[in-house]
Design a protein around this ligand. Structure first.
Ligand SMILES: [Zn+2]
Length: 295
């Protein structure tokens, strides 16, 4: 074991309209014993308090894109989230320090897409991957997505300390709680905390591989010259998370009812299809490969 993990942060409300994390943190603040273990402390906190109050994704900009070292050192930025990220960085980090206030962040998210129980990760940190492999072994329906999306995860809350994990569950509409996903998320959190306890006591099994969905590309909706969307996610892909598409399979249907098909040579898996928050980021879905990677 390199270093024991002494402090874990469970963060919710990084996107203020993703209520699962907001209410899990509320529950853990009321019942801290649920997330305490012998060998480490657990800190529970709401991150984007302004956005939680108004039940929106953010106040001025996406908080989960403001944690690069460059952004954290930019004092000219004036958005609400630019100031907030510096406060959170002081509480959990500071990022890049040898002595961060917490060792591991587990950041809680939901998606309107049919992602089931999933973990999104792009760190190479070996301990984070061992924790993920342990959680997957306990919860076989857990999906692991190696993200390499519109930004790398160096801009995420989970990138502040050396170890970080983002949990994404769905489909859940924004501003809505779903009991099954709430308790499913809690199950993933408990597995990750159990792993940390085993790791600290030197009893964690070492995993050599794990099955993941590996990011290949992001696809935008078809748009006209003015930038307006001209087609919708195809009904065969709606609420059909991790669907496999091959050349000729429909991806979209135009407003007039015409299918628009996948042209790629390689078959891929469709993730994050029709996530509401990604309309403004100009992507409709992520295409991924399914593979088993060595750890
Ligand atoms: Zn989110």
């Amino acid at each position: 074991m390199d270093h024991p993990i002494r402090k874990v942060a469970l963060t919710g409300g990084t996107h203020g309209n993703e209520l699962t994390g907001v209410y899990l943190v509320q529950k853990f603040l009321a019942h801290p014993e649920l997330v305490q273990r012998e060998s480490f402390e657990t800190l529970c906190m709401h991150t984007n308090v302004g956005a939680i109050k108004q039940c929106t994704r953010y106040v001025d900009k996406d908080l989960n894109r403001t944690f690069t070292l460059e952004a954290l050192n930019d004092y000219s930025a004036t958005a609400y989230e630019d100031a907030l990220s510096k406060v959170i960085n002081q509480k959990l980090g500071p990022k890049g320090s040898d002595e961060t206030a917490v060792d591991l962040v587990i950041d809680l998210h939901t998606t309107t897409s049919d992602m089931g129980l999933s973990i999104c990760v792009s760190t190479k940190d070996p301990l984070t991957w061992q924790a993920i492999a342990y959680a997957k072994a306990q919860i076989p329906e857990l999906n692991i997505f190696r993200w390499n999306g519109d930004t790398d995860d160096a801009s995420f809350v989970s990138s502040i300390p050396p170890h970080g994990i983002t949990i994404e569950v769905g489909p859940i509409p924004q501003g809505v709680l779903r009991a099954d996903m709430f308790f499913g998320t809690e199950k993933v959190i408990q597995a990750l905390l159990d792993f940390v306890e085993l790791y600290n006591s030197g009893e964690a099994q070492s995993y050599t591989e794990v099955e993941i969905y590996d990011h290949v590309t992001l696809i935008d909706y078809p748009r006209n010259k003015e930038g307006a969307i001209t087609a919708m996610l195809h009904p065969t892909l709606q609420d059909n998370g991790y669907a496999k598409v091959s050349k000729g399979d429909p991806l979209f249907v135009s407003l007039e009812g015409k299918d628009i098909c996948y042209e790629g040579k390689e078959s891929r898996y469709v993730l994050f299809a029709n996530e509401a928050a990604y309309y403004e980021k100009h992507f409709s879905m992520c295409l991924a490969d399914k593979k088993t990677i060595k750890l």
